[in-house]
Design a protein. Structure first.
Length: 176
């Protein structure tokens, strides 16, 4: 993978995480897996999902949990392949902690700039929420809009964008 940022988008259960993990396994550099789901305060079903992801990852990968400042992660693991799974969960967490869309966007923009200046490859998994219904609640609409704008920002910086449909990768922005 010669590109620095590869965005993997898709709907729920579209195969985006499996595809990104396969790409990461092909790297000839250490893989750092950034799990963006908080591990505390989860219901039983979500705990089971997190455990399945943990068990399924290769043992030689470095896994970061409950670490959400992307610019710092990129700097710390600059000679690696960093797999961020997923941007959508990160945005949900950021809405609770940062509470300001400008700060969320700044952190993403800073991470993209750092990536461009370092010898790092980053795979970013994100949900495409724009094809679904408009949420009924104000916070749901805000979340969906923020995810859409974040996906656009990452896609603009990305060297490659893949859209997953039923486990099939569709290259919508081929590698430069």
């Amino acid at each position: 993978m010669s590109n620095k940022i590869h965005l993997v988008l898709g709907g729920s259960r579209s195969g985006k995480s499996s595809y990104a993990e396969k790409l990461a396994e092909e790297q000839e550099r250490p893989v750092v897996y950034v799990a963006t789901c908080r591990t505390e305060g989860l219901d039983e079903e979500m705990q089971t999902r997190v455990q399945a992801h943990q068990i399924g990852r290769p043992q030689d990968w470095i896994t970061l949990e409950n670490q959400f400042h992307f610019p710092d992660i990129v700097q710390r693991y600059k000679d690696s392949c960093i797999l961020i799974d997923c941007l959508t969960l990160w945005i949900g967490n950021a809405m609770e902690t940062l509470q300001d869309e400008a700060e969320i966007n700044k952190q993403l923009e800073d991470a993209c700039k750092s990536i461009q200046s370092l010898d790092v490859h980053v795979l970013i998994v994100s949900n495409e929420l724009g094809m679904g219904l408009i949420p009924e609640s104000r916070i749901g609409r805000q979340f969906k809009d923020l995810c859409g704008r974040a996906n656009q920002m990452i896609a603009a910086h990305a060297d490659k964008v893949t859209f997953m449909i039923a486990g099939i990768p569709w290259q919508i922005k081929p590698e430069r």
